[in-house]
Design a protein around this ligand. Structure first.
Ligand code: ADP
Ligand code: MG
Length: 710
């Protein structure tokens, strides 16, 4: 009997897999902040490496303490002078000194009792902070540390500085990370000994400790032995997890799907255009995969507008020609509808039955679709996650297309395929991904690229404009909507705060409304998905002959505009603070306009002054519309962490690895993972056991499941 075990995680790791609130000094309030910054579990603290350091080892006599230096002083507390009652502007002063001189500690808005407690008159204390000179006298405003003599070692050291979030002090985080490190066990090494030796890498535990205790600026480099090792561990887990999942997918036999080409011929005959070279080539690759007995797992990469829909449909038809069914899954209701609308006329040309199944489809209609899928009278279906619900059955699902899959997890990709037998799978993405990144996201998946756009598309006129010219820009937009244009106006993510983010969009919405009247709509991340759909649909609604659609002409948005949502008559994209976006993100956003055969314009509003790199980055967008080129450049200029914008991308979020620095290690990790799989696919050897622990450590639980289910 299989018990509903929550996890088979090795016990040795358990102390790391509890909430950070289990640590002393982290209550519910701080726990929330820590969670926002690093994550909810103690293990997350381990991966949060210092970004700087403060050297507190310098401990001169008071009389020798140089101004503007950080020092650690041992002093006697001489006198307290609280501010006069009722005058909060005067600081609380505490005079301290040694036999060489005096220093005044300055506290604004201080609590007197706390200070009397921390700095009792006549006693000696260790204080650390920056020395200032005020009226020729030494003072220290808000010392960073005040401790008793016996605790001097905790202060007189090189202190790591961690990236922080508002409300969380460095001291608290430092203490939490220390406590987390104390819980980190020594683990059997999972690295290949020869490789580890060749690289001169330390053990995991040592690497972690060293990385958290830098003693010089040089040790903050991502290329130190310790940090490289930690980065490699992270990439190896990623690659091994992908290989395991892929191995499972491959183990199931595929089937030979061969179509007679009749349905496809009908579609081609009915199309007003010819397939592009890239479309034909890609289709040939897919057809070859499908007709082989191996299971297909192929990634179709194509920039926005490269014609992925047609490729997907033609591939789906191969399955239908072979007498089976095909399904396409999209991440949102809206995208599913859009695919459905786009596929409908093509399916009609072929004369096959196409339906849509989403969470919104209910009652009798749903029952009918479920029956059709189960008895095979429905040949093709488009839908959302609703497609993988338990009660959905297919007569014979042989081909699955997953669109914009980066919103689906690795395991979810396989879920739809599991509804069928030997189901071939095509994953579509519009995100152009450089090779190193593709490796980390998809492992050794086969890749087809639609690198040629349908002819006749006009490039989007892309311009950079200083925010100083906002007024002119708004006036111009006003004229454009008079002439019938539809406009997206995107406001950027500010910091990590959704609240300020929203505030910026709401402000802009208000300004535009004041200037341009009721033609402005607002959409943001705080809205429920169906509320967003309503706004999006209103914006997308067409002006019929003689009637004016009531929908907004300008849509102010935070960056939630769904990749892939099509509003064909939207022709202008305004992006505010373009300098804060990833290039690929900008490129994706730009791809939203000029899709209906009309010329598109993209205005990149930037806040001056713009640095050299920022200027160079934005210029790339003006120079090219090649998403792959843009992605490569972006990776080069900014590093992977920032490149795709964190959450939106769904790319694996590395905590320690930075592909722009550790890129070389990705390919090694991939080869390492493949070798491991070929020699010890069940991870049963001693190294295999250690690797298993590593996978748990990096929370690759989905991959470990594949080991268990065999
Ligand atoms: P994607 O999904 O890759 O962003 P679509 O499949 O939506 O792109 O195609 C964009 C547009 O190009 C659609 O209007 C489609 O009808 C059109 N299209 C697709 N293939 C061709 C082609 N070979 N020639 C001309 N137009 C095409
Ligand atoms: Mg599309």
């Amino acid at each position: 009997m299989s018990s509903p075990k929550s996890s088979l995680r090795p016990e040795i790791l358990n102390p790391l897999f509890v909430k950070t609130t289990a640590l002393k000094g982290i209550g519910p309030r701080l726990g929330k902040l820590v969670e926002k910054l690093v994550g909810e579990k103690i293990v997350d603290l381990l991966w949060h490496l210092p970004s700087g350091l403060i050297d507190r080892r310098f401990s001169p006599k008071v009389g020798d303490a140089p101004p503007n230096d950080v020092v650690t002083l041992t002093v006697e507390v001489l006198a307290h002078s609280p501010p006069p009652p009722g005058n909060r502007r005067v600081p609380y002063r505490v005079t301290c000194g040694d036999d060489t001189g005096r220093i005044v500690l300055v506290f604004f808005h201080a609590k007197g009792d706390y200070l009397e407690d921390a700095l009792p008159i006549g006693e000696r204390r260790v204080i650390s902070g920056k020395v200032e000179l005020f009226d020729g006298r030494r003072q220290m405003t808000h010392p960073d540390h005040i401790v008793e003599l016996k605790d001097i070692a905790s202060v007189q050291r090189v202190e790591p500085v961690y990236p922080l979030t508002a409300g969380l002090s460095g001291k608290v985080l430092d203490r939490a990370v220390k406590a987390a490190l104390e819980r980190a066990p020594k683990l059997p090494d999972w690295l290949d000994p020869a490789f580890k030796k060749q690289r001169q890498w330390p053990d995991w535990h040592e690497a972690l400790t060293t990385a958290h205790n830098p003693t010089s600026e040089a040790e903050l480099s991502p290329l130190t032995l310790s940090r490289s090792r930690l980065a490699y561990d992270e990439m190896l887990s990623n690659q091994l997890a992908l290989s395991l999942v892929r191995l499972k997918a491959r183990k199931r036999r595929g089937r030979e799907l061969k179509g007679d080409g009749k349905l496809r011929a009908k579609v081609i005959a009915g199309l007003p255009y010819k397939l592009t070279g890239a479309q034909s080539r890609t289709l040939a690759e897919i057809e070859a995969d499908m007709s082989s007995e191996n299971r297909m797992l192929r990634l179709l990469q194509g920039d926005v507008g490269s014609g992925k829909t047609l490729v997907a449909l033609m591939s789906m038809l191969i399955a239908v020609e072979a007498g089976a069914q095909a399904a396409m899954m999209a991440p949102t209701e809206l995208l599913a509808h859009q695919h459905f609308e786009n596929l409908k006329p093509l399916a009609a040309l072929a004369g096959v039955r196409l339906e849509i199944l989403t969470g919104r489809v209910k009652g009798a209609v749903r029952t009918e679709i479920m029956e059709g899928l189960a008895n095979g009278s429905i040949h093709m279906v488009v839908g959302t996650h609703a497609l993988v619900q338990k009660d959905v059955e297919f007569a014979d699902l042989a081909f699955a297309v997953i669109d914009e899959q980066h919103r689906f997890g690795v395991a979810q990709r396989l879920e739809l395929a599991e509804k069928g037998r030997g189901t071939d799978m095509l994953v579509m993405t519009a995100t152009p991904i450089p090779r190193t990144l593709a490796l980390t996201a998809y492992g050794d998946m086969d890749v087809s690229k639609l690198d040629e756009k349908p002819p006749g598309r006009k490039p989007v006129d892309t311009r950079t404009i200083s925010l100083e010219r906002l007024d002119e820009t708004i006036a111009g937009i006003g004229r454009a909507i008079q002439k019938g244009a539809k406009v997206y106006w995107v406001c950027p993510l500010i910091e990590e705060s959704e609240v300020t983010d929203l505030a910026a969009a709401e402000d802009r919405y208000a300004t535009l409304k004041a200037r341009l009247g009721n033609t402005v709509g607002l959409i943001h991340g705080r809205m429920k998905p169906n509320e967003r759909d309503v706004v999006m649909e209103a914006f997308a609604s067409k002006d019929g002959p003689g009637k004016d659609s009531s929908g907004p002409k300008i849509l102010v948005a935070t960056t939630v505009i769904e990749v892939g949502v099509d509003v064909p008559d939207a022709t202008i994209m305004v992006i505010e603070h373009a300098e804060r976006f990833g290039l690929s993100q900008l490129h994706q956003l730009r791809g939203r306009v000029g899709r209906g055969g009309k010329e598109g314009t993209c205005l990149l509003l930037f806040a001056p002054p713009l640095g050299e790199t920022a200027k160079a980055r934005l210029n790339i967008l003006r120079q090219t519309e090649d998403g792959f080129l843009i992605a490569e450049e972006d990776l080069r200029l900014r590093g992977s962490g920032e490149m795709l914008g964190t959450r939106q991308s769904g790319m694996p979020e590395f905590r320690m690895a930075d592909l722009s620095v550790h890129g070389e290690l990705v390919a090694i990790a991939r080869d390492d993972a493949q070798l491991i799989i070929s020699r010890d696919a069940e991870l049963k050897t001693p190294r295999g056991e250690a690797l298993r622990t590593m996978l748990y450590l990096f929370e690759q639980d989905e991959a470990i499941k594949t080991l268990r289910s065999g």
